[in-house]
Design a protein around this ligand. Structure first.
Ligand SMILES: *Cc1c(COP(=O)(O)O)cnc(C)c1O
Length: 433
């Protein structure tokens, strides 16, 4: 399989180069030259396979012979060492819990797979690799946890000061060894811009080997498609219209779902659920992409003003009208989010986090507008609610139990480097490493 850049369809690079570079030198995102088709017989018999076996079957198609199959199997078995259960709320709505990995968010799938894949490609290398990650919260801890202690790789996490939850900040800033947290006086978009600018900076690139671990890296997207197949496998009423609702920010998760559909998974609709940062919703409605600075919400991992994977989504479709066949989108604010969290707690005794609540709101609005009755709606629960303890406790008037892995991070001392959002300052920091 070869990969092209969304800025240059003629580019033709290997999977290894795609993964190690992260972002194409022309500023585009890498995409596979075609989306491989899985056999119908495989889709029909998904229930026979574990998520890891499904993952191996999917990944093989994207990697060809660049990683021997036994190695790839070990990478996947080791990376995806947790489950993604589908929990029924009622006859129509289920929650796909993607928070059973070590940092309690879906990003563990991508980060753990990517770390092991990069580790394999670097196995004979003498040069250290420096990974720059802009994070709105969960990416950073997933990437840090995935790469922690991996030889030959340093990770720099850039996060917006004061715009991630207290627990998220502890998860980001309490690693040591090869992980460094950098607190940026600015927004997530500022962090993302610093990282993107550094990648395109010749001076920096001649001094050090850089890579990215944001959802712009294709090695994060591929494993995120596994759980769409695995969720479909768990759906009992496959004759109904199946709708996935995805709490969206940088649109990596949605892109992975669309890729699963293009690989042959029979899904009727994907809903890109946004919070008040509704750039994607506006794009779906009007066909126009108008990025703007993000605003802070309680579903902060979705506070993205310039979603980078939109370029990938557009590359999957010929025109806007075709996009609309597969994707819907709508937006909800913080007040609606809190109301929904309360309602779900009261009605089902289930604690949903703010991101999942936005997904649920989007699903309900969509099925109401479309007057659908015979459907099976799956909401991706992208993080464990305890990661947002403050907002969950105050909204639901409860005291949510903190899982042990989180408790450990909370008890540690925060350790971060503070920088302004000025590129020259960041560059100086990197050049002096
Ligand atoms: C990253 C994240 C999102 C947004 O996912 P994208 O792939 O960037 O659209 C949603 N919820 C949580 C909890 C996240 O960490």
């Amino acid at each position: 399989m070869k990969y092209y850049s969304t800025n240059n369809k003629k580019l033709n690079v290997s999977f290894q180069e795609t993964v190690m570079k992260g972002l194409s030198p022309d500023g585009g995102l890498f995409m596979p030259e075609f989306i491989p088709q899985l056999e119908d017989s495989f889709i029909d018999s998904l229930s026979k396979y574990s998520i890891r076996e499904i993952g191996l079957e999917v990944t093989k198609q994207f990697i060809g012979n660049e990683i021997p199959q036994n190695v790839l199997k070990n990478i996947i078995d080791d990376a995806i060492n947790f489950d993604a259960p589908l929990v029924k709320l009622d006859d129509k709505i289920s929650i796909l819990e993607l928070f059973h990995g070590p940092t309690l968010a879906f990003k563990d799938f991508g980060a753990r797979f990517m770390a092991r894949t990069m580790g394999y490609f670097l196995r004979n290398s003498e040069v250290e690799l420096n990974i720059l990650v802009a994070t709105s919260g969960d990416t950073g801890s997933a990437v840090a946890s995935g790469f922690y202690g991996v030889e030959g790789i340093n990770v720099y996490l850039l996060y917006p000061s004061g715009k991630v939850s207290e627990i998220q900040e502890k998860q980001l800033t309490t690693f040591d060894k090869n992980i460094t947290a950098i607190e940026i006086e600015g927004t997530f978009d500022d962090c993302q811009k610093l990282v993107k600018t550094a990648f395109l900076d010749d001076e920096i690139n001649s001094k050090m080997k850089l890579s990215s671990a944001n959802s712009i890296n294709i090695a994060r997207l591929i494993p995120q498609s596994f759980y769409y197949f695995n969720a479909y496998k768990q759906i009992t009423e496959k004759n109904k219209e199946i709708i996935f609702s995805i709490p969206s920010g940088n649109l990596g998760n949605l892109t992975a779902g669309l890729m699963a559909k293009k690989m042959g998974l029979p899904i009727s609709k994907y809903i890109g659920a946004t919070n008040s940062n509704s750039i994607f919703t506006e794009f779906i409605q009007s066909g126009k992409y108008e990025p703007r600075p993000s605003v802070k919400t309680i579903s902060n991992a979705m506070d993205v003003g310039a979603p980078s994977n939109l370029a990938r989504i557009e590359s999957l479709y010929d025109e806007h009208s075709v996009i609309l066949k597969d994707i819907a989108s709508n937006t909800h604010n913080d007040m609606q989010t809190i109301e929904k969290m309360k309602e779900i707690y009261q009605k089902y005794n289930y604690i949903i986090d703010p991101h999942g609540a936005v997904g649920l709101l989007a699903l309900e609005q969509y099925v109401t507008e479309e007057k659908l009755d015979n459907y099976c709606g799956v909401v991706l629960e992208t993080a464990h609610p305890a990661k947002f303890k403050d907002i969950v406790d105050s909204s639901l008037d409860c005291n949510i139990e903190i899982p042990k892995v989180l408790q450990k991070a909370i008890e540690k001392e925060k350790n971060s480097r503070f920088l302004s959002a000025d590129y020259e300052e960041f560059k100086k920091y990197l050049m002096n490493l």
